[in-house]
Design a protein around this ligand. Structure first.
Ligand SMILES: NC(=O)c1ccc[n+]([C@@H]2O[C@H](COP(=O)([O-])OP(=O)(O)OC[C@H]3O[C@@H](n4cnc5c(N)ncnc54)[C@H](OP(=O)(O)O)[C@@H]3O)[C@@H](O)[C@H]2O)c1
Length: 270
């Protein structure tokens, strides 16, 4: 799918690196990957670590690309536009991972019709990302396959048929690691409060969450069934769950996700 395809990254920061690492792990030749960044030392670092090619500048990276990945912060996109406009080949596929930058803005800014907008998340750092992506109608079928291959190189990737799903995805998988880290902290703190050392509490909590999530992923059972299976009548889990429900845990989680969704829509409108 990505054989002999030149993939260029503009922006070689936190998110670009796991994408590059994932692509190479999936068999993409490092010399087919070029990187461009305003920080030259970062380019040299990535060249040394992965054998990728530093591009002389953004315009050259864009001109050489069969697939151009835009991985800078969204607020810098306007400044990047002159480097890209008029430099892309007609067959190029543009993939943006910039949060909140709409397809309309991307098409207008790049002057290019075949554009993918995606929402990855930070577990991409360890190849466990969850990315949702969508595309303009100008993205050809083979380019959709390429987008799926690029975006699943650092975790899972799911295509969304409409752009409005990207705001929802921002609230679930984009911001989701933040909610999960908060819950992990709270569980670990409770363990410490009961008397565990912090490292022991951390190990117990992390493995319980990883094990439960993996079990849920691999099981055919409904989540309620899995939960019922650990809830003996009059037992400890029943007592714990009753307290969590009394504290409004479902509503609080739901409210949090809705708040993130509304904020994403707001930022997109702004
Ligand atoms: N991190 C996340 O959790 C996450 C999740 C989903 C989506 N995203 C999206 O991923 C994108 C990248 O995030 P990141 O955390 O990887 O950002 P980052 O670490 O700041 O990396 C961006 C890199 O691009 C450089 N840069 C800025 N303007 C440039 C320009 N005009 N030309 C070339 N290089 C330029 C930056 O240099 P300076 O540092 O000198 O500015 C930096 O090295 C963002 O748009 C973000 O919305 C991030």
């Amino acid at each position: 799918m990505l054989e002999n395809v030149n993939i260029a990254f503009i922006g070689a920061g936190n998110m670009a690196e796991p994408m590059i690492a994932g692509l190479i792990q999936k068999g993409v030749e490092p010399n087919l990957i070029s990187v461009s960044d305003i920080r030259n030392e970062r380019l040299l670092e990535l060249e040394g670590k992965y054998g990728v090619r530093p591009a002389a500048n953004n315009s050259i990276a864009a001109a050489e690309a069969d697939i151009l990945v835009i991985a800078i912060k969204p607020q810098y996109f306007d400044a990047l536009v002159p480097d890209i406009q008029g430099n892309l080949s007609e067959e190029c596929l543009v993939i943006s991972i910039m949060a909140g930058t709409t397809l309309e803005t991307l098409v207008a800014g790049t002057g290019h019709a075949a554009v993918v907008r995606s929402m990855p998340n930070t577990p991409a750092q360890i190849g466990m990302g969850m990315t949702m992506w969508t595309a303009t109608s100008a993205v050809a079928s083979h380019q959709r396959d390429q987008a799926q291959a690029v975006l699943s190189s650092f975790g899972r990737a799911v295509f969304a048929s409409g752009e409005h799903y990207l705001d929802m995805s921002t609230a679930i998988n984009g911001s989701g690691p933040g909610y999960v880290f908060l819950m992990l902290e709270a569980m670990i703190d409770a363990g410490v409060q009961m008397g565990f050392t912090r490292p022991v509490a951390k190990e117990l909590v992390l493995q319980t969450v990883i094990g439960s999530a993996t079990y849920a992923q691999q099981s055919d059972m409904h989540l309620a069934q899995l939960r019922n299976n650990v809830t003996s009548p009059g037992g400890t889990t029943a007592a714990g769950l009753a307290a969590l429900e009394a504290g409004g845990i479902r509503t609080v989680l739901s409210d949090g996700i809705w708040a993130a969704y509304k904020r994403s829509v707001e930022l997109g409108d702004g």
